[in-house]
Ligand binder design. Structure first.
Ligand SMILES: [Cu+2]
Length: 244
């Protein structure tokens, strides 16, 4: 893993540029969002590597980190990616394209989106290690250590019982996105183990390895699949608080 600028902070990086057809959307209205990635020669990239079962992961968050969407656009002709997108309310949003061009390195490009209207940004919730979503309770254990890879474990329960039959989602039992509060730096987090590797159980625990670039607050979004549906649990974790 490289140690230069974190992902997601730039719209253009290493010769690749994220080009949305529009950056202003009507709040609360579903629209087709289209974008391209232009390569070093200026032509749209049409060949991508599959990562976590998809060629393109598209994440949209509100700038206050209160809203999170993890979408998988379809590639249409000419390297144009298309996805149905609803920005739930007025405000400023950040969209991330997480991909690896064929023959190139994985990268995450980011661009601002706007939904006009009055809004009040929400405060980032304080550190919280338990998240409730769709009747599931998810607990996060472990620390994020600045500049160091560290393991965090998420444990899923429902009605007080451990959930031990998680369903594979994007080639793992969970998919975790971590964003730094303040600038929305986008961090790659890697699951430990994959389904059917002979050692990775389908819950209730899911282990990830993350390396955060600095001390501070991070918002974590865990997607997991159970009962045929994808659920997203959200956490605030403060990195660098504890002495080693
Ligand atoms: Cu994805």
């Amino acid at each position: 893993m490289s140690h230069d600028t974190p992902g997601g902070l730039q719209v253009s990086q290493g010769g690749y540029t994220l080009v949305p057809e529009t950056t202003t959307l009507t709040p609360g209205e579903k629209s087709e969002f289209r974008f391209r990635v232009l390569g070093p020669g200026g032509a749209p990239v049409t060949a991508y590597q599959v990562e976590h079962e998809k060629k393109m992961h598209f994440i949209v968050v509100s700038r206050d980190l209160g809203e999170f969407r993890h979408l998988h656009p379809e590639m249409t002709s000419g390297g144009v990616w298309s996805v149905d997108l609803t920005l739930p309310g007025p405000g400023a949003y950040r969209a991330f394209a997480d991909f690896a061009p064929e023959g190139g390195e994985a990268m995450t490009l980011g661009v601002d989106l706007q939904a006009p209207g009055d809004y009040r940004p929400a405060e980032l919730p304080g550190e919280e290690r338990t998240s409730t979503v769709d009747g599931y309770e998810v607990t996060l254990d472990g620390e994020l250590l600045p500049g160091k890879s560290s393991g965090v474990q998420l444990t899923v329960t429902k009605d007080g019982e451990p959930v031990d039959d998680l369903e594979p989602y994007l080639g793992a039992y969970g998919h975790l996105v971590a964003l730094r509060a303040g600038d929305l730096a986008y961090l790659h987090v890697h699951p430990d183990g994959v389904p059917k590797d002979g050692r990775t159980l389908p819950g209730p625990g899911i282990t990830f390895y993350a390396e955060v670039p600095s001390a501070g607050d991070y918002r974590l979004f865990l997607d997991f699949k159970h009962g045929g549906k994808v659920h997203t649990a959200e956490f605030t974790v403060r990195a660098g608080d504890r002495k080693e």
